[in-house]
Design a binder for this molecule. Structure first.
Ligand SMILES: NC(=O)C1=CN([C@@H]2O[C@H](COP(=O)(O)OP(=O)(O)OC[C@H]3O[C@@H](n4cnc5c(N)ncnc54)[C@H](OP(=O)(O)O)[C@@H]3O)[C@@H](O)[C@H]2O)[C@@H](O)CC1
Ligand SMILES: [K+]
Length: 507
C-alpha cells in the first residue's frame, strides 16, 4: 500500500483528466471557471518569468485554444502588446472556448498569417494532451518556424503535437517549449521523453478542481518521490544491531570485478548492516582489498553457493553486474531465485536468459527486481511497443517481478500494475558503473525489509539525487559517497513531516 499523501504525486491519463474536469463540474465548479483559472494560471507564470513584451498567442480549435483567449485577455489587461492567431473558425469553437473567445476584444488573425518572428514570446494554445492526429499543413509549418526561432515558448497544458499519455510525438512535428503550465495533476508526457524534452520547465497549477474528485479514481501511476516510500524507510533505531539492518549477498564475477565493487559501495551506503560478496577464488584478492567493510566468501560453483546460502543468514541478494555469461553463472542465478528471497537481477543475469526468458520468469516473484536498460529489455521481453510505462507494466505482468526500466525517465512497474516515473535524474548519470551502484542500492533496501516496488523506486530517486549533488564531472564512485547527504536530508524531512496535517498543506 502507498500512503494517502502519494495522491499529491499521481499522474493522470488524459481520459482521467477529462473525468476529473467533469467531476469538478458536478461539484459545482463550472467549466468556464476552470478555463478562466487555467488561463489566469498561465498568465501568472508568464508575468513571473518575463517583463512585458510582444506576445503571439496561437489558439487552436478546441478548449486548449479557449485557454489561449483567456491568456491573451489577462496579458492585454496588464498592458502587454498581444497578437492572437487562431486555427479554424470562431463559430466552431466548443462552448467554453467560444465564451472566452467572445471576451477577447482584440484582433484575431488567421493562423497562416501569423509571423512568430515579430513576437518576443509565443504562447502555444493550439492543442491539448488528447491530440490524436499529426500536425499538418499550415499548423505544422508554423510550429516548425516557431521551433527554429530562438524565442521563449510557453505551452498550455502540453506542447502541441505531443500525446499526453505516452510522451511521444503524434507526428513528426511538435512544439519545443521553454515552459509548460499544466493543470491539477501532471500527465505522463511531462515526465516521459521525448515529451519531457519538449516541455522545458513544467509548472503545475491549481485551477480549482477539488482534491476530493481524486476519490473517484484509483491512481496506478505516480511521479516518483519520497511521499511514495519515505514512511517505509528502514531508519536505524537506537537499539538496533547490525543484523537488524539485513545482510546482502552480491554475486561477484571473475573478470569485471569493478561492477560488483561499485554495487557493494551502494549496498553499504544505503544501510545494509552486512554485505558479503560471493567471489571466484581467482578474484578473491581483488574483492578483499577493496573495502574493509566487505565480507568476501569463496564461491566457484553452485554447490559452494548453496552451502553459503544455507549458512549465511542473508536477507537479500543481487546478481548480474560483472558476472559474465557462462552456463555456471546462469545456474547460480537459478539457485538464488529458488531461495525465494528478495533479489535484484541486472546486466549479465538478465542477458543470460535472453534465449529462454520463460526460464527466468517461471522463477520470479514480486520480491524480485529486474533492472534492464532498453537493450536488455528488448532481449528479454517480446516488446509490446507503446509508452515506456506501458512496456514496463507489460514486462512486470509477464515476468511476475518488479521491473525497473532504466533510462533518463526510468520507470518502475509492479506486477499488479502500479508504476512510477522518475523525474530527478541528471544527464551526468549516463556514465559507466552507475547502474551497478543502483543494483547494490536496491539490494541493500530489500535486505532491510523494504517491499520490492518501493525499494526500487526509493533507490532510483536517492541515486539520482546523489548524482545531482555532484553534477558535472560525476563518476560512479561519487554516487555512494553522496548517499549519506541525501539520507540525512530525507531523515530531517521525515521528522518534520510526521505531522500529517502539515503534509496535506504541502500538497
Ligand atoms: N473543462 C475542461 O475540460 C478544461 C480544459 N482545459 C483545456 O482544454 C484542453 C483540452 O481541450 P480539448 O479536449 O478541446 O482538446 P484540444 O486539443 O484543445 O482540441 C481538440 C480539437 O482539435 C482538433 N484537432 C485535433 N488534432 C488536430 C490536428 N492535428 N489538426 C487540426 N485539428 C485537430 C479536434 O478535432 P477532431 O479530432 O475532433 O476532429 C478538436 O476539434 C486541455 O488541454 C486544457 O488546455 C482547461 O481549460 C481546463 C478546463
Ligand atoms: K498546447
Amino acid at each position: 500500500m502507498l500512503p494517502s499523501s502519494a495522491m499529491c504525486n499521481c499522474l493522470l491519463s488524459v481520459a482521467e483528466l477529462y473525468r476529473a474536469d467533469q467531476a469538478a463540474v458536478q461539484c459545482g465548479v463550472s467549466s468556464r471557471e476552470l478555463m478562466e483559472n487555467a488561463g489566469a494560471a498561465v498568465s501568472r507564470a508568464i508575468f513571473e518569468n518575463w517583463s512585458p513584451r510582444r506576445t503571439l498567442v496561437l489558439c487552436g480549435p478546441g478548449n486548449n485554444g479557449g485557454d489561449g483567449y483567456v491568456i491573451a485577455r489577462h496579458l492585454a489587461a496588464a498592458g502587454w502588446p498581444v497578437q492572437v492567431a487562431a486555427l479554424g473558425q470562431a463559430g466552431k469553437l466548443p462552448p467554453d472556448a467560444a465564451w472566452h473567445a467572445g471576451l477577447w476584444e482584440g484582433d484575431v488573425q488567421p493562423l497562416g498569417e501569423a509571423d512568430p518572428a515579430e513576437a518576443d514570446i509565443v504562447v502555444d494554445a493550439l492543442f491539448g494532451a488528447g491530440l490524436s492526429r499529426p500536425l499538418e499543413g499550415e499548423v505544422a509549418n508554423l510550429v516548425l518556424r516557431v521551433n527554429r526561432l530562438d524565442r521563449p515558448v510557453v505551452c498550455v497544458d502540453v506542447p502541441s503535437g505531443i500525446a499526453g499519455d505516452s510522451g511521444q510525438a503524434v507526428g513528426s512535428v511538435a512544439v519545443r517549449g521553454s515552459l509548460t503550465v499544466t493543470f491539477f495533476r501532471k500527465k505522463p508526457a511531462h515526465l516521459l521523453f521525448p515529451g519531457r524534452g519538449h516541455c522545458g520547465k513544467v509548472r503545475l497549477a491549481d485551477i480549482g478542481i477539488p482534491e476530493k474528485v481524486l476519490e473517484r479514481f484509483a491512481p496506478r501511476l505516480w511521479e516518483n518521490g519520497p511521499e511514495l516510500w519515505l514512511e517505509n524507510w528502514p531508519w536505524r533505531q537506537p537499539e538496533d544491531h547490525k543484523y537488524h539492518a539485513g545482510h546482502t549477498l552480491l554475486l561477484g564475477g571473475e573478470a569485471m570485478t569493478g561492477a560488483v565493487r561499485l554495487a557493494a559501495r551502494g549496498t553499504l551506503r544505503i544501510g545494509s548492516g552486512l554485505v558479503s560478496i560471493a567471489a571466484p577464488r581467482g578474484a578473491g584478492l581483488v574483492y578483499r582489498s577493496d573495502s574493509p567493510s566487505l565480507i568476501v566468501r569463496d564461491c566457484d560453483d553452485t554447490q559452494e553457493l548453496r552451502g553459503l546460502l544455507e549458512a549465511g543468514r542473508f536477507t537479500a541478494a543481487a546478481a548480474g553486474p560483472g558476472l559474465g555469461m557462462t552456463p555456471q553463472s546462469r545456474q547460480q542465478i537459478e539457485v538464488l531465485l529458488e531461495t525465494g528471497w528478495p533479489l535484484v537481477l541486472d546486466a549479465d543475469a538478465l542477458t543470460s536468459f535472453s534465449e529462454e526468458p520463460r526460464g527466468l520468469f517461471d522463477l520470479c516473484s514480486s520480491r524480485v527486481v529486474l533492472t534492464p536498460h532498453d537493450g536488455e529489455f528488448r532481449r528479454l521481453f517480446a516488446d509490446p511497443g507503446g509508452s515506456r510505462v506501458a512496456r514496463a507494466r507489460q514486462a512486470a505482468e509477464t515476468s511476475g517481478a518488479v521491473v525497473l526500466l532504466k533510462g533518463p525517465d526510468t520507470v518502475v512497474a509492479a506486477p499488479d500494475g502500479r508504476a512510477v516515473v522518475n523525474g530527478n535524474a541528471p544527464a551526468e548519470l549516463a556514465t559507466a558503473g552507475s547502474g551497478d551502484v543502483l543494483t547494490g542500492m536496491i539490494a541493500g533496501l530489500l535486505a532491510q525489509g523494504m517491499p520490492a516496488f518501493q525499494a526500487a523506486a526509493a533507490a532510483i530517486w536517492v541515486h539520482a539525487e546523489a548524482a545531482q549533488s555532484v553534477g558535472s564531472g560525476l563518476i560512479s564512485e561519487d554516487i555512494p559517497f553522496r548517499i549519506p547527504q541525501v539520507l540525512n536530508l530525507l531523515r530531517n524531512r521525515n521528522r518534520k513531516l510526521t505531522n500529517s496535517q502539515r503534509f496535506e498543506e504541502e500538497c
